[in-house]
Design a protein around this ligand. Sequence first.
Ligand SMILES: O=P(O)(O)OP(=O)(O)OP(=O)(O)OC[C@H]1O[C@@H](n2cnc3c(O)ncnc32)[C@H](O)[C@@H]1O
Ligand SMILES: [Mg+2]
Length: 172
Amino acid sequence: MKIILGSKNKAKQSAVKLVYPTETVETIDVPSFVSDQPFSDKETLTGAINRANEIHKRFPEHLAIGLEGGVMRLHDHLFLCNWGALVDPHNQLYIASGARIPLPSELVVELDRGQELGRVIDSFANKIDVRQSEGTIGILTENIVTREEMFAHVVKQLKGQYLFYQKTMNNR
Ligand SMILES: O=P(O)(O)OP(=O)(O)OP(=O)(O)OC[C@H]1O[C@@H](n2cnc3c(O)ncnc32)[C@H](O)[C@@H]1O
Ligand SMILES: [Mg+2]
């Protein structure tokens, strides 16, 4: 059984490889069927599930993983939010979310104007393709938490729930 990730993003890819070091991890671009910039937990989670389901449809014998980044409002803050979904060969779905921190107001203004976070953070940090490397969370935490680490935690929660379910099912 292989692990198939629904993204070519390097931070997402290395997160999955960290958590599944001995498995074959393949990546494929699949649609999330949500906005390029999801603006709620609901939309971000839906994007992750859609990606995992899309992979499951194409490769039902493998483990399908979808990871999606977005933002969500809570009180006066706009938070980074990230969700992951895993679909196993029995079409069982597992979901988990990642760490969240509020965005500084300079970034919030741009996002509210309809700009994508990927572009906004590049110009804020004066870097190229932040989303493929440390991510916004890396920039805003001085790299203490990177996008790879954040997504690795999401994938660990997916892997753990899948293993727990396998064990529980085998004992019944
Ligand atoms: O190729 P895919 O898998 O789509 O990877 P992506 O980097 O576009 O990531 P998402 O679609 O999951 O993220 C949705 C949007 O939010 C942006 N984004 C989310 N988290 C980010 C982060 O930590 N750093 C930079 N951009 C981020 C990203 O650029 C997109 O505009
Ligand atoms: Mg994207």
